[in-house]
Design a protein around this ligand. Structure first.
Ligand SMILES: [Ca+2]
Ligand SMILES: [Ca+2]
Length: 295
């Protein structure tokens, strides 16, 4: 009996160890992407990000979508790696029409987190506003694909991206679910009215801490818009501190960013790029100064 009990104990310990290591492998890398709202007939892109990357050497990512609504166009390399190719898998000799595989491998593993790639699709013409579909992206560990820096299995946490046909509205959202269409000094009530007039329902605007905002409050960079079950993010060029205005405070923050790049990130960094050339520079600083002096 004692030997039997010891065997059970050792088996239990082994099981626990295997269980723990399996959980750890699940966090090799997390794929993320924002919801997108293209118009019918649009060619649009989904920006796919990699977070919690442990060291990536090779992958085959399977992108699945509804081919009656979406047509895959191509994939564009992101910021953290280059040379992503595509392939179409076959099942029983027939190519899969609702899937494209993204393939990549490199001698030197990639350690960074950030923009992995942009997936371009064209949305069907004949769709009503509010119609939705999803694009799923997941790692394919078969046949030795998806390897980490030690050439062991790399397990991605997959992502499902909601694609919703845009409502006719002056506020639009880009491939990362971000809008830059809201002007400085715009109250919450105006944004809610505009979205609802376009057809969005259940519209709520929350501040950067997740608290619902009052109708009279100004919408600011970093706020979240919930609309028709989607989650979007606000970026207002010039507002770097979430108060919805452009003031000396934003000017001081922009100067700090130029002296110590990295203070701003995400939508706040995007909001500091006043001339929309993709980087925060002295030109943006001069532009903001001109804005403040012109008052
Ligand atoms: Ca501000
Ligand atoms: Ca700029």
């Amino acid at each position: 009996m004692k030997r039997g009990a010891a065997f059970i104990l050792i088996t239990a310990i082994l099981f626990l160890c295997v269980g723990v290591s399996t959980v750890a492998q699940d966090t090799d890398g997390i794929l993320t992407a924002g919801n997108v709202t293209p118009n019918p007939g649009d060619t649009f892109s989904i920006s796919l990000y990699l977070d919690a990357n442990t060291s990536l050497n090779a992958f085959r990512l399977l992108v699945t979508y509804d081919q009656s609504i979406l047509t895959f166009v191509d994939v564009e390399d992101g910021a953290i790696l280059s040379g992503i190719g595509t392939m179409v898998r076959e099942v029983d000799g027939e190519p899969l029409t609702n899937e494209v595989a993204l393939v990549w491998n490199e001698a030197d593993p990639v350690e960074e987190n950030g923009l992995l790639c942009k997936l371009k699709f064209t949305l069907s013409e004949s769709l009503q506003p509010g119609a939705q579909t999803t694009v799923a992206v997941a790692g394919d560990p078969e046949e030795g694909w998806c390897l980490d820096g030690d050439l062991e299995l790399y397990e991605f946490v997959p992502v499902s991206v909601k694609v919703m046909v845009a409502y006719p509205c002056d506020i639009t959202f880009d491939g990362e679910g971000i809008t830059t269409d809201i002007a400085l000094n715009t109250p919450v009530s105006d944004v809610v009215s505009e979205l609802e007039s376009g057809g969005y329902t259940d519209v709520v605007i929350r501040d950067k801490d997740g608290t619902d905002k009052l109708w009279s409050a100004l919408v600011g960079t970093g706020d979240t818009i919930l609309a028709s079950g989607n989650v979007f993010t606000v970026c207002i060029p010039g507002d770097l501190n979430n108060d919805g205005t452009e003031s000396v405070t934003d000017y001081v923050i922009l100067r700090s960013q130029l002296l110590n790049p990295g203070i701003l990130s995400g939508v706040y960094e995007k909001a500091a790029d006043l001339n929309n050339d993709g980087s925060v520079s002295v030109t943006d600083y001069v532009t903001m100064r001109a804005h403040l002096l012109a008052r």
